[in-house]
Write a protein that binds this ligand. Structure first.
Ligand SMILES: *Cc1c(COP(=O)(O)O)cnc(C)c1O
Length: 363
């Protein structure tokens, strides 16, 4: 018997479709296509909304789109750091095992450890055996970034998640660099996905925002309760901008990743570069130059590439990571992290090539 054609309800929509269609008002005459920005700190009482710290129409729209892309329920926060703090606020007198991570994450862990709130074990997330060996009865959370920022290491997510769950340890995956387009950790069993929405999801270097996504309704209630209580909430306009950015996430990630793959290939062959670290996917890569001076010179000799921190915008940016005092000393002094944008790849290459010639080596 022939299969009946799948309706949109039975057919899991593709990320390209979800990113465009989710979080819209109903299709009815005179409804706007986009959820309007609702500037409200208070609502007429007696309904579900009540107060602006609890909900906002723009949050709900963005959260439904991000939740659909990550296969969970999303909560938006005022920054990625606020989302991180909300999780760590739940940890008491136990250990967080953490791979190489964003320096704001390790900064929060170090701060909490110094105040006696928790203990931290830093591990090499690409060494699966040693990470599993670090998980013990005291461990509350395994915190994973993959690829890592800025070293571009990859974690074996299914193996690490399984090992953590065998020991009743919750797994947080910071999915900022991969985005749900390249990796969906909740489908691999992770408990919480964290995003700095500031980066790829919003995608235009114009807002600071964060998000958490979970599948377990009880965990969702706990995290929503913390957001209600602590109040690390985003502004309606910022979330509206992030949803606007999210509409093109699949296109931007695909274009930027193609550029990154091509630039990694060309940089591999460049004599001024000691090492190229490219995880084989995504739009981030790192190059190692022989000295800090050469790396600094490179980041100040371009016209298209912007010397700037952060990542995930439509525009190409780069920086020498060790210029930050808090950066791990494992990161080489001459490491330059590149956030590849969606410009023309040959234009980006020409600009890099002319800058590389200024660091003293011929092309
Ligand atoms: C930027 C970043 C964060 C922190 O997010 P903010 O929005 O800057 O607060 C967390 N994790 C990763 C991987 C990041 O790149």
């Amino acid at each position: 018997m022939a299969e009946s054609p799948e309706s949109p309800e039975t057919h899991a929509l593709k990320p390209e479709t979800i990113a465009v269609q989710a979080g819209r008002p109903v299709h009815e005459p005179d409804q706007p296509l986009n959820v309007p920005i609702s500037m409200a700190s208070t609502y007429v009482g007696g309904g579900d909304k009540e107060y602006g710290r609890y909900t906002n129409d723009a949050w709900v729209a963005f959260e439904s789109a991000l939740g659909a892309l990550e296969h969970g329920e999303a909560l938006t926060f005022s920054s990625g750091q606020a989302a991180t703090a909300t999780i760590l606020d739940l940890v008491n007198d136990s250990t967080v095992v953490c791979g190489q991570a964003y320096l704001g994450t390790t900064g929060q862990l170090a701060d909490l450890e110094a105040r006696g709130r928790l203990r931290t074990k830093l591990v090499d997330i690409s060494d699966t055996e040693s990470v599993i060996a670090a998980l013990d009865d005291d461990t509350a959370i395994l915190w994973i970034e993959s690829p890592t920022n800025p070293e571009m290491q990859l974690a074996d997510l299914p193996a690490l998640i399984a090992a953590a769950h065998e020991r009743d340890i919750r797994v947080v995956v910071d999915n900022t660099l991969a985005t749900p387009i390249l990796q969906q950790p909740l489908l691999l069993g992770a408990d919480i996905v964290l995003h700095s929405v500031t980066k790829y999801l919003a995608g235009h270097s114009d807002v600071n925002l964060g998000a958490l996504v979970v599948r377990d309704p009880d965990l969702f209630s706990v995290l929503k309760g913390r957001r209600d209580l602590i109040g690390a909430i985003p502004g309606p306009f910022e979330v509206w901008l992030a949803l606007r950015g999210l509409r093109t996430l699949p296109l931007r990630v695909r274009a930027a990743s193609a550029n990154a793959a091509e630039l990694a290939r060309r940089l591999e062959e460049h004599p001024a570069i000691d090492e190229v670290r490219y995880p084989g996917t995504g739009a981030m890569l790192a190059v190692v130059l022989p000295t800090a001076e050469a790396a600094e010179l490179l980041t100040h000799s371009t016209t298209l590439w912007v010397h700037a921190t952060s990542l995930g915008g439509v525009e190409s940016t780069f920086e020498r990571r060790r210029r930050w005092k808090g950066e791990s000393t494992d990161v080489p002094e001459g490491l330059v992290r590149l956030s590849v944008g969606i410009e023309d790849v040959d234009d980006l290459w020409m600009d890099l090539q002319q800058a590389l010639s200024s660091v003293g080596l011929p092309r």
